[in-house]
Design a protein around this ligand. Structure first.
Ligand SMILES: *Cc1c(COP(=O)(O)O)cnc(C)c1O
Length: 355
């Protein structure tokens, strides 16, 4: 029997998804930065993305970038979260480019690059409504001016990130604003803004709508490649696999039990109060998979099987499927949050195919 629980990662399907997106966006003049943060620095996934034609890799964690470097990945890499001051040395050593919003950090990166005898590229992130990271548009020119003065920093461009904290959708208006800022920078400082990174997987519908894309020439894509869906409504994308990554878990108990708990109901293990209804006797199966291993809210079971509850180590299913015997395996599709936790869990074996 194979180890369980396990993540089955199909590199061919991931490569296919990446290639299709690279081709479609290439037709619009947009290059893809493949975001690897949910791949935990896997050199196999990084190699798959690069073979599919992504022009660079992006990760929010310097640790993952370092892991890919140790795995002999030589491609350009972007740190897509603003660097911590305490990590400036590592950032200039392992990443070519980083997304930045604080001049204090960029100054430190310049100093670190000087000490390391290298140069470091900077992308300035602009706040366009989602209220996560970003320089306020009215402050951008000042930050560009200071960045241009730093001796070991190359100002490479600007970017924005939407649909993450507040779910603000990329649209003609906020994207045109990014292009307008590019033009302001170029006329004010007589520089060429090389990279204009319009956003993440949430930008795909905007990009494919066929409207003018302005100066945007880069998108940072993670979820769309790995899970095959856009991220505004989580709809599958045409021609992409949504099952490139699957989670398999094993049944450890199957019993007929009442659906109604007996006894006085207080909080459960997670401080929640269970909503209970009497549906008579049910067939309940327990999987050796818990909240420690994956986010149960992000698991999609096969049709005919329902997730009824979870605790740290158990996932409780109901089904009239008689195949659910002890030792049987159940295969789930995952959303991003379930994927990230499963990748991180040392209890979940990762099986990549083909190697
Ligand atoms: C995670 C992240 C991305 C990728 O987002 P997806 O929705 O996975 O495509 C892009 N940019 C930044 C700054 C991120 O943190």
């Amino acid at each position: 029997m194979m180890a369980a629980p396990r993540l089955e990662i199909d590199l061919d399907k991931i490569g296919h998804n990446a290639r299709i997106l690279v081709e479609r966006l290439g037709k619009c003049g947009i290059a893809v930065t493949g975001v690897t943060k949910a791949a935990l620095g896997s050199p196999e996934i990084a190699t798959t993305l690069l073979r599919a034609g992504v022009k660079a890799l992006g990760d929010s964690r310097i640790e993952n970038i370092e892991a890919m470097r140790r795995g002999q990945i030589a491609a350009p890499m972007t740190l897509i979260r603003s660097p911590m001051l305490s990590q400036a040395q590592r950032v200039v050593q392992y990443a070519n480019l980083s997304c930045n919003t604080e001049i204090e950090v960029i100054r430190r990166l310049s100093l670190a690059a000087q000490q390391a005898g290298c140069r470091h590229g900077v992308l300035l992130m602009v706040e366009l409504g989602d209220l996560r990271e970003g320089i306020m548009p009215e402050d951008l020119l000042n930050v560009v001016e200071e960045t241009l003065r730093l001796p070991h920093i190359d100002f490479k461009g600007i970017g924005t990130n939407l649909a993450c904290r507040s779910g603000v959708a990329p649209d003609a208006l906020n994207m045109a604003m990014l292009t307008e800022l590019v033009e302001q920078i170029e006329t004010t400082f007589d520089v060429r803004v090389e990279i204009v990174s319009g956003g993440n997987s949430a930008n795909l519908q905007w990009a494919f709508r066929g409207e003018t894309l302005g100066r945007i020439n880069d998108l940072r894509l993670g979820e769309a490649i790995l899970l095959g869906c856009e991220t505004l409504q989580r709809q599958p994308l045409d021609g992409l696999y949504t099952d490139a990554i699957r989670l398999v878990a094993e049944v450890i108990e199957v019993k007929r039990k009442p659906s109604l708990p007996s006894g006085r109901i207080a909080q459960n293990a997670f401080g929640e109060t269970a909503v209970v209804t009497d549906r008579g006797q049910v067939t309940q199966a327990i999987l050796a998979l818990g909240r420690i291993d994956a986010d149960p809210d992000g698991l999609q079971p096969p049709t005919g099987i329902n997730i009824m509850g979870s605790s740290s180590d158990h996932l409780i299913l109901e089904s009239d499927n008689t195949d659910l015997a002890v030792g049987a395996e159940v295969v789930f599709q995952l959303n991003y949050s379930a994927l990230v936790r499963a990748i991180l869990s040392p209890f979940v074996t990762k099986v990549m195919q083909p190697m």
